[in-house]
Design a binder for this molecule. Structure first.
Ligand SMILES: [Zn+2]
Length: 147
């Protein structure tokens, strides 16, 4: 349910796991999530009031529906800094590495003007990212959307 927030957090460089496969309201699955949060010292973000209560200090209840106010909530709590770092794949959480020339070339959505951009590559998704327009647009959206 917080998929968009997860993608933003990855653009911001945070190691973010997603519970997409988890059935809502299933208490056993909730326990698995809480177990992961405890073991791996992660913060569990949830829209589920009950789960947030069970998680205590390890969990944060996300109240806003839209993503930018959700980011704002995490900024207010001191959990994240509102900066786009572009160090992780927004889809799979893998750390990005510098893209090779042939990787940039094989991607149809790469910008034609490449000067001043830094290109990054997810080896897992074979997805190209770049700083410059891509990162700036996200950073502006963050800046505008939050206080
Ligand atoms: Zn990826």
């Amino acid at each position: 349910m917080l998929g968009t927030l997860g993608r933003y957090l990855r653009f911001m460089g945070y190691d973010t796991m997603s519970a997409n496969s988890i059935t809502p309201g299933n208490t056993r699955e909730d326990s698995i999530l809480l177990g992961i949060a405890l073991r791996e010292e992660r913060v569990l973000l949830t829209r589920d009031r009950e789960l947030a209560k069970r998680g205590g200090e390890r969990a944060v209840l996300i109240r806003p529906v839209r993503v930018l106010p959700q980011v704002q909530e995490l900024v207010d709590l001191g959990l994240v800094e509102p900066r786009i770092r572009m160090t992780r794949c927004s889809l799979c959480n893998e750390k990005l590495r510098s893209a090779r020339e042939r990787e940039i070339k094989c991607v149809s959505y790469a910008p034609e003007q490449r000067a001043g951009y830094k290109f990054l590559w997810c080896v897992h998704c074979r997805k190209l990212y770049w700083t410059g327009s891509h990162a700036e647009e996200l950073a502006n959206r963050l800046k505008k959307g939050i206080r």
